[in-house]
Design a protein around this ligand. Structure first.
Ligand code: PLP
Length: 440
């Protein structure tokens, strides 16, 4: 029995995996990862797999980066954990300063404060509660959120409420907050005028319900989990204008798009729009440790300062045990430092363009419906639909040394931002051959 087979048997006996159908899990022959180096995952049988999706969209600089490893070790020697509730610590302060310095800029709103959480979902949850409480403390409580169809903002109930992913979210609808869905400007089913359709719907929703809406929440420029549905920046400018006009907040969920993924530091920069709350996670620590954050505008933060005569404190009563864990902050600081020193955002933009070129012949294949790309966020939609085609293409790529994870029939490519030229070609060649094998 191979080492993998025996670990898989033990896994099946004891583990319940996320987003996983366990009736077929072992038959799908999962990879048992033991080590990693740069862009490579190495399994317990010593096989190497190129990490084509950055270990679920997180790894920015590759695995085992010496500077991030050293920063975590140095932090560990000083302070493992101390709470952010009632005390503070130096890596938490330094990281906040670094994030504010990197935040997208405008005079109004101005992102000036950082609130930490542990995962993308928990940061989205915090942003939703902040938006509701902001409305109550600045005018009247507004309990409705405007969301996009096909959106994905995470798996906690608030985050699911503002999601619109048929497969992931429908089962939980009876449990959820009331929200108002707007067609996605990236929805191909709406045809070539999709941007205008979504724009018009958002205008009419905000015209009718604007004064009950505490926030509009979107994944800016590209809906990741929907299958990398990229869309036009104009929609974000409309959302900004309507949020201003109605007193709602604008929330950008940059959990997937932040930290260089789209070829800019933030997807917001493609549109020149600054939200009132910017949620980030995934790539923040370079993919090493769980951390997320909400970057908040000064006017939002100020609405939470108590004033003489207040009947109730304006405190944001929210936080987690491990909020701003120092090891996570140290990893994030090292990641951001290396990203700055080595122009990793520029590298990501160039990697995205190289991938785009290499994928041109793939896009022309019969089995390929569409290739969508913004920077290094890429979706290759394959056909025939509904025959686990996406999954089978990923399995065939794995036989060729590349690890990918699909979103239904969209094969996602989202490699580390610093992927070298040889590995980039290896990645596309494996995908190309896998599509030929499965979709022929
Ligand atoms: C992954 C993701 C989330 C959820 O983040 P978790 O860390 O998995 O909780 C939220 N929003 C977007 C856009 C994401 O891609």
């Amino acid at each position: 029995m191979s080492a993998s087979a025996s670990w898989i048997a033990r896994d099946a006996a004891a583990v319940w995996h996320p987003f996983t159908q366990h009736a077929t899990w072992t038959a799908d022959d999962p990879t048992v990862v033991e080590r990693a180096e740069g862009p490579w995952l190495i399994d317990v049988d010593g096989r190497r797999h190129l990490d084509g999706v950055s270990s679920l969209w997180t790894t920015t600089l590759g695995h085992g980066h010496p500077e991030i490893n050293a920063a975590i070790a140095a932090q560990l020697a000083k302070l493992d954990h101390s709470t952010f509730l009632g005390t503070t610590h130096t890596p938490g302060i330094e990281l906040s300063e670094a994030l504010i310095a990197l935040a997208p800029k405008s005079d109004d709103p101005e992102l000036t404060k950082v609130f930490y959480a542990g995962d993308g979902s928990s940061a989205v949850e915090a942003a939703l509660k902040i938006a509701y409480q902001y409305s109550a403390q600045t005018g009247h409580p507004r309990s409705r959120f405007v969301r996009l169809e096909h959106a994905y903002h995470g798996d906690t109930l608030g985050a699911v409420a503002v999601g619109g992913h048929e497969l992931f979210h429908e089962a939980y609808r009876p449990l959820l907050l009331e929200t108002i869905g707007v067609p996605s400007p990236g929805d191909r089913a709406l045809g070539p005028d999709r941007g205008a359709v979504a724009d018009a719907r958002l205008r009419s929703v905000m015209g009718e319900h604007g004064d009950q809406v505490c926030a509009i929440i979107v994944e800016p420029m590209v809906q990741g989990a929907a299958g990398m549905l990229d869309y036009d920046a104009e929609f974000l400018r409309t959302a900004r204008e309507l949020a201003y006009a109605t007193g709602a907040l604008l929330i950008f969920d940059e959990v997937a798009t932040g930290f260089g993924r789209t070829g800019r530091m933030w997807a917001a920069e493609h549109a020149g729009v600054v939200p009132d709350l910017l949620v980030c996670g995934k790539g923040i620590t370079g993919g090493y440790l769980p951390l997320s954050a909400v970057l908040a505008a000064e006017h939002v933060y100020e609405a939470f300062l108590s004033r003489p005569g207040d009947r109730a404190p304006r405190t944001f009563f929210h936080g987690h045990t491990y909020t701003a864990n120092p090891l996570c902050c140290a990893a994030a600081l090292a990641n951001l430092r290396v990203m700055g020193e080595q122009d990793v955002v520029g590298q990501a933009a160039r990697l995205g363009e190289r991938l785009g070129k290499l994928l041109e012949p793939v896009a022309a294949k019969d089995g390929v419906v569409e290739v969508r790309r913004l920077g290094t966020m890429i979706g290759v939609e394959v056909a025939p639909v509904g025959d686990r085609t996406g999954f089978r293409v990923c399995q065939a790529a794995r036989d060729r040394g590349v690890w990918l994870r699909p979103l239904s029939d969209t094969v996602v490519l989202m490699p580390p931002l610093t992927l070298g030229e040889t590995e980039t070609e290896f990645l596309v060649d494996a995908l190309d051959a896998a599509i030929d094998e499965v979709c022929a």
